[in-house]
Design a protein around this ligand. Sequence first.
Ligand code: B12
Ligand code: SF4
Length: 475
Amino acid sequence: MSKFKIKLIVPPSFKQLEGDNVQYAEYLDYYSLPVYGMGVLISFLRQKDYYVDVQDFTAQSERSAQESDLYLYDYTEFFTQILTTGRADQKIETIVDKIFNPADYKGFGVVGFSLHHFGHFLFAILLARKIRDMSNIPIVFGGAFITIWGRLYPEVFDFINYMIVGDGRQPFLKLLNYFENGAKAKATIPNLIYREGEKLIATEFIRYSFHDIPIPDFTDLDLNSCRESLGGELVLPYEPTRGCVYRCSFCIKNPMENGYQTKSYDRIIKELREMKEKYDCERFQFCDHNIACSYQYLDGLVDVFITEGLEIKWRPFMDIRKVDKKLLKKMSQAGCEVIFYGIESGSDRMLEMIHKGQSSKQAAKVLRWTKEAGIKTLVAFMVGYPHEAESDVIRTIKFIKRNRGYIDFAVVRYFGILDSNFMSKNPLEYGIRNLRRSLSRYMLEYDEVGGLSWEQKIIQRKKTMRRIMQVLWGK
Ligand code: B12
Ligand code: SF4
């Protein structure tokens, strides 16, 4: 085993009550799931004989948020201060002090942070600053948030040394080699971002194979504390497919994706069996983007689950374009217990503008079939899309009223333009202009061409949100 010791952290996360891209949800407990990408990285590093110590605050996040009041009113307000000083207000600093123990970092050659979303990122900056104050240990940020938006925050290099974007396995290994024996010049390590003087250097981006991703290693986690608050079930993430062939306007394509990629049935069965046994876990959240891109593939996978008698419960993300009654029945038989559908709107005009490739009629049919097959539905709606008119909102409200019986869980998001999505690249094509960064930077504000200004849009979408929440949850 290498003497070089690695510390990997998933920080607790801030959650918003209100702000840029807030979600109002009545759904399954996503925050208690351990972060899949971090598990993959641990597994890979241990296969390479590294000692990895893991501190994953994921499961505690939900609890600590409630206990210590991490639900801040629009934390983006504090963001600039956190980013530039590495410090927050006294209340948050007290929380950071509680979880920060200098002894935890002694003897380690590097500290890596795995950051899935913006809430993680903020907390990671605060922890990184604390570590930096006491030592020069190299600090590396990676994870989905860093892959997509890390480059927008050069100031963070006051507290950290490197960001690794995309699949972190090989780049991190090369960086470790560089730390340990100065193997190569850092400029030759792929997928690396670092600061040199005032300049941000980004090395060549390599997309690594999806086909040799190991199963995640969660052995160090207290899996009991990762149980869902809803039913106390242990649910673990697993990735059978990656990517999606469609191009919904708001969607962001992670550079790690390469179209729609699938694992072989044999491999999925083997890996799920292994995880089931290793973690005594029967429930899996599939972390794919859209498992139903290929009807044939999904149909075949479901057949194999049944013939192999896998006996697991699973929860995929799917769009409804290719789904039919027969497939849903089989999925139910194969253990599928909840499907996350992006329905977005009840207005066909809006669905067309989003390039969603589905009609509200189709959506209603699929929701009914899903429930009839004995599968629960988790439905995502979006409010405040550019040029959403009163008639569109009324159509969505009517859609919800008509189909409420087929919706078990729902999540409503404010529509937001994310840096690097299709709309940010071609705003005029989507009827928007004057794009500018919000406080969070990765979200963009805009004005509608011939319509509402951003200030008016905020008021309009807030009203719409209230109406949608009222029909969904009576509040
Ligand atoms: C699957 C997924 C989920 C799954 C699984 C999450 C989990 N627990 O693992 C579910 C549905 C549960 C989920 C939940 C959430 N998610 Co999510 N999720 C994704 C998705 C689609 C793919 C991520 C993934 O697993 N990829 C596959 C793995 C292998 O890749 P990876 O995680 O990036 O890890 C690799 C590298 O990043 C790197 N790496 C990772 N860690 C580290 C650390 C170091 C030190 C290094 C060097 C490298 C490194 O190596 C890894 C191995 O290859 C992304 C969008 C996208 N296309 O990336 C959104 C995304 C990351 N999620 C997002 C959000 C917001 C959330 C939620 C907060 C939503 C919510 N309100 O509930 C929650 C939070 C979950 C949590 N535990 O805290 C946003 C983040 C943007 C933002 N606003 O901050 C994204 C971008 C989606 C979006 N467009 O809005 N998510
Ligand atoms: S179907 Fe889902 S994953 Fe595919 S482009 Fe649309 S929003 Fe993105």
